[in-house]
Design a protein around this ligand. Structure first.
Ligand SMILES: CC(C)(COP(=O)(O)OP(=O)(O)OC[C@H]1O[C@@H](n2cnc3c(N)ncnc32)[C@H](O)[C@@H]1OP(=O)(O)O)[C@@H](O)C(=O)NCCC(=O)NCCS
Length: 198
């Protein structure tokens, strides 16, 4: 991928990103257990292109995150979603999932967003809060023009998150991904900077 364009500096996100209840920060090697805790669950990965992960696969995932952080220019911003431990006198921070922006077409300032949470934390608005903050950072810090997301058409939770983020469904693809022995149907969602920031 060609990342440099005359007069345009290297893409960089201002990290960590903080929201009322969450911190989005780079992964570290110490995050292995927390990442494996959700990546190894079938209920989490059933509609994803990866998983459920073996121990080795989760280790490789963390290794890839650390390699991506060193890449210059960087084009994968996979971030840990850490709960601040809201409501406790001494905040106990906990890694509850991950969210990422992948610069899929830098020439056209386009990135793809993804998110995953441990099921213990589903249904509390955390995905929405994390994804909203990441989209904001993508448009403001990275100067993106367009952020896309795809999901398996059966993944109601993910589609709902995208809709609540203001993303528009631009496509419904039939049999577009071959995952774990079956051809899967996908939705494509997108949002433009001008829509999100207005
Ligand atoms: C998708 C996922 C991240 C959503 O996380 P979450 O924190 O539970 O989502 P939120 O609480 O922020 O909910 C956002 C919206 O989605 C809705 N939603 C959440 N789970 C839902 C479900 N299973 N079915 C229908 N709607 C759902 C919420 O009701 C809310 O909409 P509302 O405000 O109109 O009520 C989580 O289910 C997950 O990790 N799934 C497995 C990984 C995955 O599929 N990632 C997406 C890859 S494309």
């Amino acid at each position: 991928m060609r990342m440099r364009r005359r007069g345009v500096s290297e893409p960089a996100l201002g990290l960590p990103i903080e929201t009322p209840r969450l911190i989005l920060r780079d992964f570290t090697a110490r995050d292995f257990e927390a990442v494996h805790a959700y990546s190894s669950l079938d209920q989490v990965t059933r509609y994803l292109v990866w998983g459920p992960n073996t121990t080795l696969q989760s280790k490789q995932t963390i290794r890839a995150y650390l390699d991506d952080q060193k890449e210059r220019p960087r084009h994968n911003f996979d971030l840990a979603i850490v709960s601040k431990g809201e409501g406790q006198r001494v905040a106990r921070q906990k890694l509850i999932g991950g969210a990422g922006l992948k610069l899929v077409d830098w020439e056209n300032r386009t990135a793809e967003i993804g998110y995953v949470l441990h099921p213990d934390y589903w249904g509390e608005g955390f995905a929405l809060e994390a994804a909203h903050a990441l989209i904001h950072a993508g448009f403001v810090d990275l100067g993106l023009q367009r952020i896309i997301a795809t999901c398996d058409q059966r993944n109601k939770a993910s589609a709902r998150v995208m809709e609540r983020l203001g993303m528009r469904r631009e496509g419904a693809f039939r049999g577009s991904k071959h995952i774990q022995g079956e051809w899967r149907d996908e939705f494509l969602y997108a949002i433009l900077a001008a829509e999100f920031l207005r």
